[in-house]
Design a binder for this molecule. Structure first.
Ligand code: NOJ
Length: 757
């Protein structure tokens, strides 16, 4: 009886699933599918790149033209420009039997030709409208050049700054990361994917890539489901809820099976649980890489990937060369191939390519839409909002636009390092170096420039980071000679601005590091400059948190500017001279030293919490360093000062379906107007799985004139109190909650409420 009931329920679900998937089908796509041969379907699953851009693996596709004409290609990436794209589209439309158009992908990570700051920098603005706008401009420019599919946003949670790709994402926090994922998807895709100024987004890397062991790129990941659901997956889910059209797998294992062959991940979670109806593309040769992972030969891993729910194979051609054989050997079914092909064709349909394969090709658009004055203006404003004031010393900042300024550092006069990692569509030569920006903004100041030091004197490091062109340029002079020149210049000046940090390719893909200090030669330079007694401002560039304990203790001011993009110099000058008061806040914790890594704000208490910051035996701490980071998540200063008071909650008890409102008053008590990012953190005091000490659950960016005060109200909705429990259900549990509001994740301003049944 029982078994019969179970079988009936199962049959019901299968029929329901078939019916609901049938309901969603697109007649035009179904009709096309009915005409396609197996080989034509397999061809659609193949994504190629002719190289020329940045190839992120050792393989690039060969005989691309012939393959397109033979119907063996579904999409192309790494080419741009209406002429080239038209030519490739012609190969597909005019030379293949069914004339199925290609889509054209690209990595447009932080702007197309108008390069914005690196994503970690963008996230530091905590300004969702600003982020959405950068994506919208990227889409406008990219589509003007014929590109209609973007391998962005990268939403991997990253808590290990050794991992170079922390630069490409939104930092460590799932709540902020989810908000940013939505903003970026909305910016790229707009309301209408078929519009010629929007493109399909591709959220990546699914999943857990940011947790690569030891911060080493492409490395193993092993993680509990509880942690995945609560901390690493939310930004992907948010992107899917925002309607993202495609998703890219990651290189790492998820529970012992690489993401590209992981059926639990790509089918059970992504499609069945979350209802994702777009398509899944592999990362660069990640199907083939499952051979090295130890999962079998190319035929076996390709079949595994298809069966898992992967639709498109990037570059490796495992699908193209082995799926037919696997079908003949009954390792896969024709329906497996058709299902993947259907999803690719549906994406082309959403992009409007069946209506008009040439809709994104308009030779008048590049001139009109790309790198316009207006876009550059926005890039300048955006960049200024991403800078984080790490330290204020005396009243050195903002600078006066007069007197003598000693501008020191290789990075102060380097076009090649301004765009940051993953900006292959940008042109470094169009970027504004800091020297030029300072001259633009303070034309009456006397600027003296000296290089002072190489970015690094490590020739092996220099070679490794110069793969895409000269980022580290070694000076013929000795370090001592260069330093001496800088010190002479500093002595003559009223203020020193030293631009220090990483070269742009010291972070990004395949740029993991075990040492996060500033290179020794730059440290020596900074010490020497401080000894001149001329006030020193450090402008710090990096694609990751650095370990700068020594520099934080020196009598200097420090402004973190990431890699600010095409308008770098102007934006840095705007902030240095006070046209914009810095308001950025860190979105990844800055450790004291690499031994503290992985490090993030939403840690758990442990069973042996540390009662104070001094060492205590048998408590959770280190013998040789405190637990506290150098700079906490959410941290960032301003030229002015904000005071917080009157935290208020509208009820002491809330039911599970109720919203509770928390308000706080913020006053600008300093000497300048400015923005402040007001943050709210929640602590679920008792629950069935161990809670984090605090979790970010709200933020608002406000503007306060000098002397002005505002009351900021946050609504905590039922979902904000929920988490995934041991059964992975998303629930809230009755009990006490503590709410913290303030300027960063260390705030002690608190109120409480109780969740009742
Ligand atoms: C490898 C990277 O992991 C991915 O982010 C990128 O989109 C592809 N290469 C294509 O360039």
């Amino acid at each position: 009886m029982k078994i019969n009931a179970i079988i009936t329920i199962q049959i019901f679900f299968v029929l329901w699933a078939i019916r609901s998937s049938a309901q969603q089908t697109i007649p035009e796509v179904e009709s096309l599918l009915s005409k396609m041969t197996i080989d034509e379907k397999i061809g659609q699953l193949n994504l190629v790149t002719p190289g020329g851009g940045i190839a992120t693996g050792s393989v690039v596709s060969t005989n691309v033209e012939a393959k397109i004409k033979a119907g063996q290609v579904g999409g192309l990436f790494g080419i741009s420009g209406p002429e080239k794209i038209k030519m490739a589209q012609d190969y597909a439309v005019k030379h293949t039997r069914l004339g199925i158009p290609l889509f054209f992908g690209s990595d447009i990570i932080h702007g197309y030709k108008t390069t914005f700051p690196i994503p970690l920098g963008l996230s530091s603005s905590w300004d969702m409208e600003l982020l959405r706008k950068t994506a919208e401009i990227a889409a406008l420019e990219a589509t003007a050049d014929g590109v209609n599919w973007n391998f962005s946003p990268m939403v991997d949670i990253a808590r290990d700054p050794r991992w170079g790709r922390i630069a490409e994402g939104a930092g460590e926090d799932p709540y902020l990361g989810s908000e940013i994922a939505k903003a970026m998807v909305n910016g790229y895709q707009g309301n209408d994917l078929a519009a010629t100024r929007t493109m399909m987004a591709c959220v990546k890397h699914f999943a857990l890539y940011g947790a690569s062991e030891a911060g080493r790129d492409y490395n193993t990941v092993d993680m509990s489901k509880i942690r995945m659901y609560n901390e690493y997956l939310p930004p992907f889910k948010a992107a899917i809820e925002a309607g993202v059209g495609s998703i890219m797998t990651s290189f790492n294992d998820v529970d012992g099976v690489p993401a590209s062959g992981n059926r639990w991940l790509l089918t059970e979670l992504l499609r069945q649980r979350w209802g994702f109806n777009g398509f899944v593309v592999s990362d660069y040769t990640s199907v083939n890489e499952m051979v090295a992972h130890g999962l079998g030969d190319l035929q076996a891993v390709s079949a595994l990937a298809l069966k898992a729910g992967l639709d498109m194979d990037m570059v490796g051609e495992g699908f193209l060369t082995t799926l037919r054989k696997s079908l003949e050997e009954r390792k896969i079914t024709e329906e497996d191939i058709t299902a993947a092909c259907r999803r690719i064709l549906e994406a082309k349909h959403k992009l409007g390519l069946f209506q008009d394969p040439y809709r994104y090709i308009d030779t008048k658009r590049p001139q009109r839409d790309i790198l316009t004055k207006e876009h550059r203006k926005i890039a300048r404003e955006v960049a200024a909002q991403t800078f984080v004031l790490l330290k204020k010393h005396r009243n050195t900042l903002p600078l006066k636009k007069e007197g003598t300024i000693a501008l020191i550092g290789d990075l102060a006069n380097s076009k090649n390092n301004m765009l940051g990692t993953w900006a292959p569509t940008g042109d470094p030569q169009l970027s504004i170096p800091i020297l030029e920006g300072i001259k633009n903004v303070a034309p009456n100041a006397n600027i003296l420039y000296a290089k002072g030091a190489n970015i690094t004197n490590d020739t092996v490091m220099a070679k490794n980071v110069n793969v895409f062109g000269p980022r580290v340029v070694m000076d013929a002079r000795s370090p001592e000679e260069m330093r001496k020149e800088a010190v002479e210049v500093a002595k003559k000046a009223d203020v020193v601005v030293a631009v220090v940090g990483e070269a742009s390719e010291m972070s990004g893909e395949s740029a993991s590091k075990t040492d996060l200090d500033l290179p020794e030669t730059q440290k020596k330079l900074i010490r020497a400059l401080v000894l001149t007694n001329t006030p020193v401002v450090l402008v710090l560039m990096s694609g990751r948190p650095l370990t700068i304990e020594e520099e934080m203790e020196l009598p200097v001011s420090i402004l973190q500017v990431w890699f600010p993009g095409v308008e770098a110099g102007n934006a840095v000058a705007d902030v240095l001279f006070g046209a914009y008061n810095p308001s950025g806040k860190l979105t990844a914790t800055w450790p004291l030293n690499v031994g503290q890594i992985p490090i993030y704000h939403s840690i758990k208490n442990t069973g042996r919490p540390q009662p104070s910051s001094t060492f205590e035996k048998f408590k959770t701490n280190y013998l040789d360093a405190p637990n506290e980071p150098l700079l906490p998540f959410g941290y960032g200063l301003s030229y002015t000062h904000f005071e917080y008071f009157d935290v208020h909650i509208n009820k002491d008890q809330v039911g599970p379906e109720e919203t509770v409102s928390v308000s706080v008053t913020v006053k600008n008590t300093g000497d300048y107007s400015g923005h402040e990012v007001v943050q709210l953190y929640l602590r679920d005091v008792v629950r069935s799985i161990t809670p984090p000490k605090r979790a970010l659950k709200g933020f608002k960016k406000i503007f306060l004139k000098q002397g002005e005060r505002k009351t900021v109200t946050f609504d905590l909705r039922p979902n904000d109190l929920k988490f995934h429990n041991a059964k992975l259900n998303f629930v809230s549990e009755p009990g006490d909650f503590e709410v913290y509001v303030g300027t960063d994740s260390n705030t002690e301003l608190k109120t409480t409420f109780k969740l009742v049944e």
